[in-house]
Ligand binder design. Structure first.
Ligand SMILES: *[C@@H]1O[C@H](CO)[C@@H](O)[C@H](O)[C@H]1NC(C)=O
Ligand SMILES: [Zn+2]
Length: 318
């Protein structure tokens, strides 16, 4: 009898690992337990990761960012999103800026730790806020390019797992009130809705029509606002709609390869690239939050502890 219930419990546990629709019945009870446990687990693990930038409505030009580069924050002085956006000289090691890397690798790293994170374009390496001059057309371009990039990942990334935000960068000479006022009405430019419908050109290092439009405006002395582009990858939610709801303690989340077929993991403030032979054949793969593999021992240990909780809850209910 105890053996039978043990086997049954294991069976239920494994049901949790199957993507939605692959099994006939999902016991909502074990799922709920798993979810609340997972939430607790995430809370404990994430306790030291404070989202300091969340309330930020604007940045002040040439000041230091109120946070540093770490596991969930990455600064970029440029806005070259994918490998196809990289100018020729970024491949040239002799060039002074030859070490430029695309934003995409970092997004890939944030996706694959399951913890998420934000790339800030317009904040340079030492944390100083410079901002990037962007018109409404260019901001449309950037959002479109991000959707395009995420659709090229393998597997493709659901739109609910990321956000693109433009945070205005304002002059230091303004008062706090003026800045708040300006950040509410950050765009005073004239936008032609017809022009706005023109298709943008992604996956090329060459200028799109929106960039040429911006340069023309700039030459005519038209003021163009500065922004920090925040590409935010949301933390993996096992019970989130976007994820297929695996509900598991093992942090089973999809591992994405970027547009070049490469797999990155974020570790502290840097990236590690997975070896080719590590490339998982299945979509779901066991990794810990720092990207290291979960050992069979850990899996068994987690299953056992999970089982214990389920049995305890069972007892309470009966
Ligand atoms: C790449 O970055 C440079 C600025 O360093 C910018 O002028 C150029 O438009 C960017 N290209 C793309 C396609 O994002
Ligand atoms: Zn464009």
């Amino acid at each position: 009898m105890p053996l039978a219930s043990l086997l049954l419990s294991y069976l239920l546990l494994f049901y949790q690992f199957l993507p939605e629709g692959q099994h006939l019945c999902r016991l909502s009870f074990t799922k709920k337990v798993a979810q609340s446990l997972y939430k607790l687990f995430v809370k404990l693990k994430m306790a030291d990761v404070k989202d300091v930038s969340r309330q930020k409505k604007y940045y002040v030009k040439f000041t230091k960012a109120p946070f540093e580069e770490d596991t969930t924050h990455e600064f970029k002085g440029h806005r070259n999103l994918s490998k196809d956006d990289m100018p020729w000289w970024s491949m040239d090691k002799k060039h002074e800026k030859g070490s430029r890397k695309s934003v995409s690798r970092n997004l890939c790293g944030f996706l694959n730790t399951g913890m998420g994170g934000t790339v800030y374009c317009g904040i340079v390496d030492n944390g100083e806020i410079h901002g990037l001059k962007l018109t409404q057309y260019q901001r449309d371009h950037i959002v479109g390019a991000m959707h395009d990039l995420m659709s090229r990942y393998s597997p493709p990334v659901d739109q609910r797992r990321y956000k693109v935000k433009f945070v205005p960068v304002l002059g230091a000479s303004l008062t706090e009130e003026e800045r708040l006022e300006m950040s509410k009405f950050d765009t005073k430019e004239v936008v032609n809705e017809e022009e706005r419908k023109q298709p943008h050109k992604y996956r090329t290092p060459h200028y799109c029509w929106c960039d040429k439009d911006m340069m023309a405006q700039f030459e005519h002395g038209i003021l163009i606002s500065d922004y920090v582009i925040e590409y935010k990858i949301l933390p993996w939610e096992p019970d989130g709609e976007a994820t297929g709801g695996l509900g598991s303690l093992l942090n089973l989340h999809p591992i994405h390869a970027d547009e070049e077929g490469k797999i990155y993991f974020r570790r502290q403030a840097s990236l590690i690239q997975a070896e080719k032979r590590d490339r998982p054949k299945e979509v779901f793969h066991c990794t810990q939050r720092d990207g290291t593999k979960v050992s069979p021992f850990q899996i068994i240990f987690q299953l056992l502890s999970w089982l214990l909780v389920i049995m305890m809850c069972d007892r309470k209910l009966n």
